[in-house]
Design a binder for this molecule. Structure first.
Ligand SMILES: *Cc1c(COP(=O)(O)O)cnc(C)c1O
Length: 371
């Protein structure tokens, strides 16, 4: 079975050499040398001012909300992985949804104001599938209403927008380095910010608020990255150019063959994609189910990222329904994309999908009108 992704693991000999080093030093966690080295290299590679490595992308979000002092409610996107809103709820910040833009599939800045509450303290948006949000428009709304802006950048590793890392936007951006992500540390994540004081608060919070052996400066949790994870990250970072190049080649192939037949996410102007995912939107829920069944018949396992639309989750009710997100969540499939995925398999995926797209009643005209 060909899955939507296959974890990249780098050179095993290189990883073993790092593990030998860990055995020699017995330094397993708590800001060990590999964690520090990875932090430095990521700061350079991504072009960001502060980056604090953490144990996963979910805690990155939770710690970011705490460090920014969020309370009350936050306006957020219904089209993301569940952690974007479940972390808010977990921190007792009520998620209030605003719908997405039908082209970019990101939080629509024009719809944020209608979702503001008396207690709204933040906007939490996802660069979904690595496509940058409308960051300037979101900034304007945030400034007008004195809101904090947090970007869930779990998909946006290495994504550049307007000549710089998109992770530099907002008060905080977070990353996930989960094994299924483009760049990973098995489990891991990071908090990125231009604000040095905020970075220091985040650092303290990820280590129980312990400033030194005898000083506890505030409430914290345990969100530290261990040395084995950091070693995996160092191995993968060595190969990142190759990873991105291979993903782009596959993405270009899909785009060339499917772009005229299926609705694709519209790239945000002045941005460089990382092809962390390759989502396609079928014409209807029924067509999506048919496409998934046909692919599975051909030993291909696409994934419904992201379903369900988060505004339908029981524990987040009541919410106003978000029709654009709900509609899209019914139609999207993510196709396999990862280094080493062969051209023959890519062709098989295209050949399986095309007959489903070209049925006469699924002509592009109504699709375009729906946009
Ligand atoms: C993967 C992901 C997360 C959670 O990251 P973990 O490292 O798995 O905790 C959060 N948000 C988005 C959008 C994700 O895709």
């Amino acid at each position: 079975m060909i899955n939507v992704t296959k974890s990249y693991m780098g050179n095993p000999e290189k990883f073993k050499a790092y593990v030998d080093g860990i055995y020699a030093s017995r330094w397993l966690t708590n800001r060990g040398p590999l964690c520090c080295e990875l932090e430095e290299r990521l700061k350079d590679y991504l072009g960001v001012r502060n980056i604090v490595l953490v144990s996963n992308g979910t805690l990155a979000l939770q710690v970011a909300y705490r460090a920014l002092g969020l309370a009350g409610s936050a306006v957020t996107t219904p089209f993301s992985f569940v952690a974007t809103s479940s972390t808010l709820q977990w921190e007792h910040i009520r998620p209030v949804f605003a719908d997405i833009c039908p082209q970019s599939w990101n939080l629509d800045p024009k719809r944020i104001e209608a979702s503001l509450q008396a207690d709204t303290s933040a906007i939490v948006a996802t660069h979904v599938f690595g496509n940058p949000c409308a960051v300037d428009a979101i900034d304007r709304v945030a400034q007008l209403h004195r809101l904090k802006v947090i970007y869930d950048g779990a998909h946006a590793f290495g994504v550049r927008h307007a000549g710089q890392s998109v992770l530099n936007r907002g008060h905080v951006s977070t990353l996930s380095f989960h094994a299924t992500k483009l760049f990973h540390t098995i489990e891991g994540g990071a908090v990125v910010t231009n604000d040095d004081d905020l970075a220091e608060r985040v650092r303290l919070m990820t280590n129980f608020g312990i400033a030194d052996f005898e000083t506890i400066e505030g409430l914290g949790t345990n969100a530290k990255l261990n040395e084995f994870s950091a070693a995996m990250g160092l191995c993968i970072l060595d190969d990142i150019a190759l990873i991105l190049e291979q993903r782009a080649e596959i993405g270009d192939f899909y785009q060339r063959h499917l772009g005229d037949h299926l609705q694709l996410q519209q790239p945000t102007p002045d941005s460089e994609p990382n092809f962390s995912y390759f989502p396609v939107a079928l014409a209807s829920h029924r067509q999506m189910l048919a496409a998934r069944a046909a692919l599975q018949e051909a030993d291909i396992n696409p994934r419904r990222y992201f379903y369900p639309s988060l505004d339908t989750i029981d524990y987040l009710q009541p919410q106003r329904p978000q029709p654009v997100s709900r509609g899209l969540a019914q139609r999207v499939l993510c196709l396999p994309i990862y280094p080493g995925l062969g051209r023959q398999v890519q062709q098989r995926i295209v050949d399986t999908l095309l007959p489903l797209c070209d049925a006469p009643r699924l002509s592009l005209a109504p699709l375009r009108r729906a946009l």
